[in-house]
Design a protein around this ligand. Structure first.
Ligand SMILES: CCN(CC)CCN(C[C@]12C[C@](c3ccc(C(F)(F)F)cc3)(C1)C2)C(=O)Cn1c(SCc2ccc(F)cc2)nc(=O)c2c1C=CC2
Length: 403
């Protein structure tokens, strides 16, 4: 098996005190609805099965398109390399937490989708957070799906071949949306700015759905699942909500903070600033934590981030030495060292060390700005970059002195 090789590859289990459960929600069935994977503190179960890291073959196809690799060979390679990886969470496990949970809405990067950041999301859930990892329908995901109602003719024709993700009702037909590459001559900013606004709206929609769930309102999950959503009634601390995201998802964090004051702070992992219109920067009042890899950034990107700096608002930045852009998604754990380094999925730093630093610094920042009474302040020095593998601020030297 691809991933049973010697150096026991796989996504590291979460280190926090609580076991982690996860479940998928899609409401309503169209691309105008909300679709996210929820990670949460759960009851310990021996027999729980682990969800697949890549839920079905269409996601592999989407990744191949995104990577500009031929679909047929890529499916075999991906299946061999990643096909049997499991997420460090217990599918549909019963929710369990002694006190109210602070909330995180997570936004994935370009070409990713909702399941690829489980090392980040599960770590937060095992530390008592409820995390909604949104799947965006702005055509920036490698693949995503929704449903449409069957036409009368289709209904008359009888049941269709079994869809890959079971819908709750059998009058729905699965529809796949794949990554939309830029067309030659298109303005990257125009396309990406439109997408980042849709992405922020989708994060707000997910937050609205969490508010409804917390109020005990009925949840009509389009996906077939055993999870009982009523167990989440009155379990969320809806004054303690943060937005977190990677790369394009980091830009989505900034856009979401600007549009939604219920997000009290944001964490941008290797933020990609290109999609953002700098006109919104003065409107962002919440604290933001920028956690950067050493290899991804360039002067233009850093100078955009610096424009976000305004007096009196906690903006922090650290850089993880030897980390690369892919040090944040799960891929960084899923190949051996030399393949990983060749494909830029790993940097010089041990992926587990990089992920630990990023997660612990994030928890410390969340405690400080959500007013949590946990022990994450033990990692406050990491927010200042005080660690052998960290540096405060950035490694990128900016040419102009106007920062
Ligand atoms: C040629 C394609 N070209 C498209 C514009 C650039 C492709 N690219 C570099 C890649 C993603 C890479 C990757 C994935 C997955 C394997 C695999 F083999 F392991 F599957 C290998 C190699 C290929 C590293 C990026 O886009 C980097 N990036 C990302 S990567 C987010 C992601 C995507 C897919 C995943 F499975 C996991 C994570 N998110 C962003 O928001 C932004 C950027 C750049 C600017 C904004």
């Amino acid at each position: 098996m691809g991933n049973q090789c010697s150096n026991n590859l796989g996504i590291p289990p979460a280190k926090g005190p609580y076991p982690v459960g996860c479940t998928d929600l899609m409401v309503d069935h169209t691309t105008k609805g909300t679709f996210f994977r929820l990670y949460y503190p759960c009851q310990k179960r021996e027999t729980g099965d682990r969800p697949d890291w890549i839920p079905c073959r269409e996601y592999f196809n989407g990744l191949a398109d995104f990577m500009k690799i031929n679909r047929s060979i890529s499916e075999k390679i991906f299946n061999y390399l990643f096909g049997s990886f499991k997420i460090p969470a217990d599918l549909d496990a019963p929710f369990k937490s002694h006190d109210k949970c602070p909330v995180v809405v997570f936004s994935h990067g370009l070409g990713a989708f909702r399941t690829l950041y489980s090392a980040v999301c599960a770590e937060m859930a095992s530390n008592g957070f409820i995390v909604a990892s949104v799947e965006h329908r702005d055509q920036s995901a490698s693949a995503t799906f929704s449903y449409r109602e069957m036409s009368d003719a289709e209904k008359a024709a009888g049941p269709l071949p079994k869809p890959s993700s079971l819908p709750a009702s059998d009058t729905l037909v699965e529809e796949w949306m794949y990554y939309r590459a830029l067309v030659h001559g298109e303005s990257e900013f125009e396309v990406r700015n439109k997408q980042v606004q849709q992405r922020a709206a989708e994060c707000v929609r997910a937050l609205d759905k969490l508010f409804e769930i917390n109020a005990g309102m009925q949840v009509d999950n389009v996906l077939k699942s055993q999870f009982d959503w009523t167990t989440l009634e009155n379990t969320m601390d809806l004054c303690r909500i943060a937005a977190v995201g990677h790369s394009f998802g980091g830009a989505t964090v900034i856009q979401s903070l600007c549009q939604e004051v219920r997000f009290k702070c944001g964490i941008a992992l290797d933020v990609w600033m290109t999609p953002l219109d700098e006109e919104i920067f003065p409107k962002v009042k919440q604290p933001i934590f920028f956690i950067n890899s050493e290899k991804f950034h360039w002067a233009g990107n850093i100078s955009q981030i610096k424009k976000l700096d305004s007096a009196g608002i906690q903006r922090k930045m650290i850089t993880i030495r030897g980390a690369v852009h892919q040090s944040f998604p799960d891929f960084t754990f899923l190949t051996g060292n030399w393949i990983g380094k060749m494909m830029k999925l790993k940097g010089e730093i041990d992926p587990a060390v990089a992920m630990d630093l990023s997660n612990r610094a994030s928890l410390a920042f969340l405690q400080r700005h959500l007013g949590l009474n946990k022990d994450f302040n033990q990692w406050d020095p990491l927010i200042e970059g005080k660690d052998g593998n960290l540096m405060p601020g950035t490694n990128i030297t900016l040419l102009q002195s106007s920062i």
